[in-house]
Design a protein around this ligand. Sequence first.
Ligand SMILES: *Cc1c(COP(=O)(O)O)cnc(C)c1O
Length: 432
Amino acid sequence: MGGRELLNWDGSRKLYGEALELLPGGVNSPVRAMRSIGRDPIFIERGEGPYLFDVDGNRYVDWVCSWGPLIAGHAEPSILAAVRAAAERGTTYGAPTAGEVALAREVAKRFDSVEMIRMTSSGTEAAMGAIRLARAVTGRDALVKFAGAYHGHTDGLLVSAGSGMATAGKPSSPGVPAAVAEQTAVVPWNDADAVEAALAARPVAALLVEPIPANMGLVPPAEGFLKRLRELADQYGAVLVFDEVISGFRVSRGGAQELTGVQPDVTAFGKVIGGGLPAAAFGASSEMMNHLAPAGDVYQAGTLSGNPLAVAAGLATMELLDEAAYLKLSQTTDALADALRDAARDHPVQVVSVPGLVTPFFTDQPVSDFEGANSCDMDAYARFCRELIERGVYPPASQFEAWFPSLAHDEETVEMTAAAAAEAFDAVFADG
Ligand SMILES: *Cc1c(COP(=O)(O)O)cnc(C)c1O
């Protein structure tokens, strides 16, 4: 255990105690509580580049990066300067600004399938807007989504598979009306026959797809699968929606659709597009988008949509994301994935990566769908995370999340992670 620091979390523990009385579970979003890795949350004081600093004075190499938005790392100087300058001109007007036009132009430049966007404040709202638009243009209600995909916490998408393959889904959370869940069929990822059965079973408004799913851990599509989804959507008259809230601006300049060459009808954006501030969007052809009010009659709105600070942060982030940046991100991703693979040696771990995303699955089988992800050794992943945290490395506290390399990570942070991971894997598998 050479070099292992003994951290203490007295300050975090005290704050967590107070938080538990004022916030359900002590947090404002469930995964932050770290319950699935069997420990208490760590309260953060600040971030800098690839590092997080907690209220207890500990430093961590941060592979969460706020779950995706911080592709440039924490407190990147040019993004801070842009936000500061915007704030000095006022924080919100409820009226259009030049920045929104510039950001829309930048998105349209990067994504061939997008001519116009509508901004929202969260990815959840972007997915909601995409669905309403799809329902409006098709005159249909039903949706098809994939098991293990996440599209935000809206009613119709917090749904799990019903008893029959191609039939109605059931609520995956109390509070979701059964009548709403029934409108959504849930099918296994990478299973084109199940998709076709669901599309044939009833008229479907939208086929919702995370083209490079990263919410069951990272499970890239099988060869030709997205192309098949495009064909099936066309054949059955469903709108093909790519939820690129994670993959957009991350896996390549033009997201998963550029990387795979498959174009959707509608795309949802989030996370990176807001540069670390609350912004998201959905986009499509002008013909499709002009159905939205006030150009058309499909209602969608937001008090802080296109917020000037978030737009400034998004634009400053885009400015950093040139070809050299994607090359660097890809190299850092490979270095992290290789480091984890080397550290795992012959332990039963599958390290999966695409540029900007990595998941080490605790299984000896390749993972191709939610069932595979679900059969990983969750206790082993949990122990691995706890061991990493004690060694100053901050991983996503769930087997179902991806690790997020950023432009701020470098050789040093990868080496620190490699050393911690080697000890952590040994600790995990020593007991087994
Ligand atoms: C995070 C996420 C969302 C939801 O975005 P929020 O901003 O958290 O509402 C939607 N889709 C995908 C693929 C996501 O990863």
